[in-house]
Design a protein around this ligand. Sequence first.
Ligand SMILES: [Zn+2]
Length: 569
Amino acid sequence: MLVPSEVRLRQLLQVISICLCITQTVHAGTVSVKVGVAKIAITPYGPNPDWHGPVTVSGIWGERFTDANNNDRWDAGEPFVDDDRNNALDPHSKDKYDGIYLAGFGGPGEDRLATGRHDDLWVRALVLDSDGTRIAIVSLDLIGYYQRSGYYGVDEARKLLDPGLGIRELLVASTHNHEGPDTIGLWGGTANSDGKFPLYLHFIDHEIAKAVSLAARSVVPVRMKLGATGPQLSPALQNLQTRTAGRPPKFFDEELRVMQFIGTEGEKKHKAVATLINWNTHPESLEDENTLLTSDFPGAVREAIEQKFGGLAIYISGDLGAVEIVGDNGQGTRTRFHGRDFPVTKDNKSKTFTFERMQAIGHDVADAAGEAIARAEWSSVTGIETKKADMRVPLDNLGFQSLLAKGILGRMPGMDALGGPDVMSTVHVIRIGDAQIVTAPGELFPEVFYGVKKYSRRDCPKANSGRPAEPSVFSAMTAKYKFVFGLCPDELGYIVPGYDFRPPIFDEKGGVKEADDACMADGVPTHYHETNSASSQLAPVWACTAARLLGENTSQEPACAALPLKARP
Ligand SMILES: [Zn+2]
């Protein structure tokens, strides 16, 4: 059991280590690339041949219940059939209602059990194969997922894959959808309840493996195109991004990046087989009152891209930490999307944040992606270079420690290590042609990706914690097209730069409280993101690990040198 105390916290802060286990493969030679794609709906709604769990009367998957007040959802006190299969996977599920709690918004007492479906949630897989190296890129319309968390995660999916498929790396990223099921446990309604639905998580693992297998078995020869755009070149992107509650600095990763694969033989010749879109903001266009399942605007982006180009579209969220879509949280003033006006109806979210608005936003983003494709360049591919390194951070968020002790958060790799609880994750760097991909296990603040030496806040010098600036990972990337896959493979929460990190205040009774900013009097918001960050060390450990993987000598970087000796990459 974890007993949070000040002494323990101090120990934790001292124990930071990165285990660098770099594996590298470089194949050169033949200029060829093959791509296979697959998509499978994972919407927890209605009949599905792979779903063997319970379904409620509304069609939403979940334990059957007596709807005493006829509101299409289970309410505390209503009798339900406790499914033993959930309890077998997770003993914590016993006597708990297991169903589809929508993730991402709200605190205790504000649960959103799903009441229906607007559009599908997907697992979309892209298998790339060049000169004998095969990798799979998977996107999930979920709030987040894990390499391993207790009984579920990508490791489970991997076990279901035929080793003969030869998948070297399996990169699974979540779009961070806020209108899909709770895959973490935080949104079960009360401070002590767990929103996870074990049978559903088991189902996701199964569907990831199925999609990757289908994609791997359908590879065809292609050529690769790479492109990028931003608000200057594509006005449709202007003023779509905002900062949570206006948290400074007003800095965004404005670049939208695309990778498109065009068939070279047979019936796929000259046709798009796959288009990958990488953009950087929270998919929260429907805000916190909607209870219909939807993949939010990324779904509309994909639909428009598939209509225009054919093939499969896959959307990957990038560095979206502290970045929200316009309108969310009352931020931003833009109300015209895709040629239509969507005025804000004051104090009426259901009238303001409509599905039509969500689709119009998605179509604006898709138009920009289309422009990036129109300007894209062909890239030759001579193999796929894969590198990765483990990273380890202390789980010093006392709120998370408390939830872990209660069994609400699943145990992750590294947590049982000596000197724990630590959390382990992985950073990947992939090179394919003129594209480089770096992964981040959470919600990466854009200024951490680009480098806080240049992009830190300047509004409030006294707010600076004095912690050294993390190195710029973006600058360490040498390829012309620089992709960042956020929430991959893990969702460890916000990756907040050290100089602006203010630890939340925690007490067992009151829970987690956001710390004030030193310039609160000037209207700077409280430090919300730190309450949803697994570790105060995520930013330096991630940036130093990624920079090192990218070939930088990080020993001279103050942020990396400040890490304990054994932690320096
Ligand atoms: Zn978020």
